[in-house]
Design a protein around this ligand. Structure first.
Ligand code: ATP
Ligand code: ZN
Length: 285
């Protein structure tokens, strides 16, 4: 039977969350950092542990069938692959930064400037779109120290909080792209492997939906039930069950994490008591 080969980052900022998502899909594997390949025991999947920069190339060449990297790396490598889905973790941005003391008026300030980055293709494309002719140079590590040692006038690098920039006397002036972890595949996956990938996507979507929702159970007197049902959106409609005590009901439903506190306040005001909120492990609609 065919098995799908998934390439993930061996050690770095994407590794843990990539493995978490596979584990939450109920897939078992041995996670030894010394290994290059791990076979999953209960799903036709093999995990290849690689440097993130190499993953788009290996997937394009068919050495691996699917991969997880940051969109920044995927776009930079300019390989022919198919995007499967964004995964919602390792969110960051690729930004232009200049020495803190310098004035900034707009991208045209970069005209003729010497700019250091690990993402030359993305940056050149950005300048092309903005009609700016800048001198883009690729350097592989510690990009943020380049201006301080007079190696560059500006840099373009990954930013999440901005504290690294500040620590190096720089300020962020332009967001070149936003990025998050992305699942992608070889462009011509054979049918049998595509079927395995479809199962995997189904599981990932169930896990992601569950992460965004909570299960809620509460008690309410009969007179509050109608108001409470209007507050609770639910998947279909909330479940209402009579309690042993006369004129009291138990109501259960699913609510979105981002509306959570707002809804709880409204429920309390409407007369709900004994509110229980529970995480959902999987959500299959
Ligand atoms: P490798 O040794 O595998 O080449 P790396 O040093 O290139 O690793 P990491 O620093 O582990 O890469 O980052 C991997 C990816 O995580 C980046 O390409 C980016 O998409 C994302 N990332 C980087 N920095 C951050 C951050 N501070 N916050 C969130 N995501 C980030
Ligand atoms: Zn890398």
């Amino acid at each position: 039977m065919a098995s799908l080969r998934l390439a993930i980052q061996k050690s770095g900022r994407l590794s843990e969350k990539s493995l978490d998502i596979i584990a939450e899909c109920g897939i078992h594997f041995s996670n030894s950092s010394k290994r290059l390949v791990a076979k999953c025991s209960n799903f036709p999947l093999e995990i290849l542990y690689l440097r993130d920069d190499d993953i788009p190339g290996y997937v394009a060449d068919g050495v691996a069938d699917i991969g997880i990297v940051g969109e920044n790396v995927l776009i930079e490598k300019e390989k022919q692959v198919s995007v499967v889905k964004k995964l919602g973790f390792s969110k960051c941005r690729l930004s232009l930064a200049i020495p803190r003391g310098e004035k900034y008026h707009g991208v045209s300030d970069m005209e003729g400037k010497y700019i250091a980055t690990s993402y030359p293709n993305i940056l050149k494309q950005y300048f092309k779109e903005h009609g700016v002719k800048a001198d883009v140079h690729e350097i592989s590590g510690s990009v943020e120290i380049a201006p301080a040692i007079n190696l560059a006038d500006a840099i373009c690098d990954i930013v999440s909080t901005g504290s690294t920039l500040i620590g190096n006397g720089l300020k962020e002036v332009e967001v070149v792209m936003r990025s998050e972890a992305i699942l992608f595949s070889t462009s011509n996956l054979e049918a049998e492997k595509q079927a395995i990938l479809d199962q995997l996507i189904f599981r990932i979507e169930s896990v992601n939906k569950a992460r965004k929702n909570k299960y809620i159970v509460l008690n309410a007197p009969e007179r509050s039930v109608d108001t409470i049902l209007q507050i609770l959106p639910g998947m279909k409609s909330p479940t209402v069950t009579p309690l042993a005590e006369d004129n009291w009901y138990s109501v259960s439903s699913v609510i979105a994490e981002d509306q959570f506190w707002e809804i709880i306040e409204q429920l309390k005001a409407a007369g709900a008591e004994g509110i229980l909120v529970m995480p959902i492990e999987k959500m299959i609609l």
